[in-house]
Design a protein around this ligand. Sequence first.
Ligand code: CA
Length: 438
Amino acid sequence: MPVLNETHELSLTSWVESANSGQSDFPIQNLPFAVFRRAASDEAFRGGVAIGDQIIDMAALAAAGLFNADAQQGAQACAGDELNAFMGMGKNIWSALRLALSRALRTGAAEEAQLKAMLVAQADVEYKLPCRIGDYTDFYTSVYHATAVGSLFRPDNPLLPNYKWVPIGYHGRSSSIDVSGQSFLRPQGQTKAPDAAEPSFGPCKRLDYELEMGIYVGPANELGAPIEIGAAEDHIFGLCIFNDWSARDIQAWEYQPLGPFLAKNFASTVSPWIVTNEALAPYRIEWSRDENDPQPLPYLNSEQNSAAGGYDVDMEVLLQTEQMRNAGQPAERLSVSSFKYSYWTAAQMLTHHTVNGCNMRSGDFFGSGTQSGPVHEEAGSLLELTVGGKQTITLSNGETRKFLEDGDAVVMRGWCQRDGAARIGFGDCVGTVLPAKV
Ligand code: CA
């Protein structure tokens, strides 16, 4: 079960003043991990932990040898440019480091002077992927998204019969996943209009985003040794915000019979920060199934998963067109949703993925699938918001969109808030569309 401890206490404050505003994504109760260096420098990338608008340099912290035993071991595993080894160490090391960081960053901590010298301002850094993502799997866990998209692609048969039994997913491609700030060329490919006799080749005309949570795997399992539902939480290192960019016209033509392929693997963007499963403990929620729906098979069912398998993460997607950017206008919100709507939990995704013996490696990555909510305004993609391009979105400057145009930047955010707990956030996940290279 997610356990609350002193690191979650609402009353905690930090000597890093910007962490105490109540508005920061990174109060002392969060302490998420990224890999960074000073922007435009030739410094080595290394692990960092966010606090307010600053980052604790984990390479400097490890070198100083301030912590003891498990916490020091954890800090040392965060000193390099990939967090895979740390992610593989498991919850005892993770918790020890979190507790030591929490205590050292608190108001009045004896370590203040030493840690102050290890701070780097977030405004001055660039990020890279926090770990080596060996394998990436994208799930499809919003029944609202699955139904809405299914009704566009297959009006007579929107939700396939396996949906409510199997956490549906496909193997994606990790090579094109990059960190927030990513810009990518509009993909080209084969498309076929419904009334055309033959397909044609050219730049995607129906480019879309997908608002998803990302899930990073912690300790590995051996090939042939499934992760049981009761152990799954121990294998989840943390969550991020994830944009699974999608080329709808390519997708519609290619997706049958084997599923997504080139419509998905030209770019995917993660937020730089991984919010740990431990930091998310206060925002866990019960998970249940409508009594009219099939209940999960026993291997996907546990008391713990029902009691607290869900995550209450608010999510939003915003758009800043090139024209807005040139005029100095901020990104404009398109929709708000929540991970709480997920039809399957992260633990169920992990357990299902390994039930056949498939082995996970530390740093492997899951997309949750587009997290659309029950009402139209909570749609997590333009495909749904514009009903397959039949409706037009009008922005406040008068520009209109059905799908993404060149120069568009999509911003995704996530945050958690609950009575009696601090508000924590995930940081921005931003990506920009560049013109196709024709
Ligand atoms: Ca997706």
